[in-house]
Design a protein around this ligand. Structure first.
Ligand code: LLP
Length: 403
């Protein structure tokens, strides 16, 4: 297996492991992680937002690179521990969770960001100043690729609105809570570096009110390119501007605050390839449909977020180009792409979808009682099966036959 995954060896993998198939390139994850560490230096800490892709091998690999991990459920915390992250490298950024999960996270010794006044009160009452904790704030900033992935605006459910800082301080004072981290995550696919600077400015206004702060957590949301010439977050520029903002802020002066980020897509979007096989070609008066052996049950992003995934016919790279609409085989509209130019497609050909690593397999389901795809990790010139394709028994596994 050559280092760079080419259409030819993706096609070989499809033949070897069958389709639909997710393939991840470990080297690409490393390249992305190094882009961050080389731009920001070693004093900035990156917590991989593992909601993007939680295969245990991916978690172990990312741990081996030196990254920390950000979790969005107690089960992700458990997976992170299982993958070998020590509790001090695990961050649980909560969102509307029951207090019992916070208790569990506390007992596991992981870092916690609390996102509601209600849970902060419960935390104070139970733990007082015995366990430093972070606050997930809503900075009231609109950012991100589209509304569904914007999380920091003034109508968003996420975080404690920053305009409620007075109420936060009342709870903090009442229980002598040690707030060591302020967190924001404004959205996903942010290209505009100034969004992060606005967030920093919001946080710096209240930094003087928190005496025990050690960390400023700016969340994730770096954009990667989806096609040639597409925009992406300029990481070196972001690093320079963020560092400058920290260096020049009077409220950060002398506080020695460490910068944290939680990248998800940036680390694993481009490492992932989703390979499908063409079941049917259907000519209609308006459109030539290519139906593949998948649908939004396996890759929901195009239907859910209107996301663009580059598609390539890896079985016929030299075929003449034609325009097709690529759809799935599930019993609902599941269009992957309208009017896309592809090298001539024939039934049985393999089509690959790019940028499929983040929120691809992770958001897949068994809708229409289809099997979830297999996953393969390409690492050190080897293709390793890291998840078996479902089998029929998986569909019935947790069902209880009472009739
Ligand atoms: N930190 C927090 C608190 C988050 O909620 C998220 C993503 C991240 C970090 C990582 O964001 P990223 O670097 O991946 O943009 N399923 C959608 C994206 C939803 C993101 C949810 N939160 C998609 O496929 O576009």
């Amino acid at each position: 297996m050559p280092q760079q995954l080419t259409p030819t060896n993706l096609n070989q993998l499809a033949k070897e492991f069958g389709t639909p198939l997710y393939v991840y390139d470990a080297d690409k994850i490393k390249v992305q992680y190094r882009k961050l560490t080389s731009a920001f230096g070693l004093d900035t800490v990156f917590f991989y937002a593992c909601k993007a892709l939680t295969n245990i091998n991916i978690l172990k690999y990312i741990r081996s690179l030196g990254a920390n991990i950000d979790c969005s459920s107690i089960n992700e915390v458990r997976l992170a521990l299982y993958a070998g992250f020590t509790p001090n490298r695990i961050l649980y950024t909560s969102n509307g969770i029951s207090f019992s999960e916070i208790e569990e996270a506390h007992d596991l010794g992981v870092i916690i960001n609390i996102d509601s006044l209600s849970n902060l009160e419960k935390f104070g009452m139970k733990y007082g100043h015995s366990y430093p904790v972070g606050l997930r704030l809503r900075p009231n900033i609109m950012a991100g690729g589209n509304l569904k992935i914007s999380t920091g605006h003034d109508k968003s459910k996420f975080g404690i609105p920053v305009d409620q800082t007075g109420q936060i301080l009342e709870v903090v004072d009442k229980y002598h809570i040690l707030v060591n981290d302020l967190h924001i995550h404004t959205g996903s696919e942010i290209t505009d570096v100034s969004v992060f600077l606005k967030g920093i400015a919001v946080l710096f206004e209240i930094v003087p009110l928190f005496k025990h702060l050690k960390f400023i957590d700016l969340g994730g949301g770096f954009k990667v390119p989806y096609k040639e010439g597409d925009t992406e977050t300029d990481i070196p520029l972001l690093a320079a501007k963020v560092k400058e903002a920290f260096a020049n802020s009077p409220s950060a002066a002398g506080r020695n605050l460490q910068i944290w980020f939680e990248p998800g897509k940036f680390l694993v979007s481009e490492c992932g390839y989703f390979i499908t096989e063409v079941n049917v070609i259907k000519e209609t008066s308006s459109t030539t449909f290519v139906s593949v052996n998948s649908g939004f049950n396996h890759l929901i992003r195009p239907m859910f977020y209107d996301s663009y995934h580059r598609i390539e016919n890896i079985s016929n790279p030299d075929g003449a180009e034609k325009v097709y609409s690529v759809v799935g085989n599930i019993c609902e509209t599941d269009t992957f792409a309208w009017n896309r130019k592809l090298h001539q497609v024939r039934e049985g050909d393999h089509l690959v979808f790019y940028n499929a690593g983040a929120y691809g397999f992770e958001m897949s389901s068994n809708f229409n009682s289809r099997y979830k795809p297999a996953e393969v990790l390409v690492k050190d010139y080897q293709a390793l099966l890291i998840r078996k394709r479902d089998v029929f028994e998986d569909l019935l596994r947790n069902q209880i036959e009472v009739l």
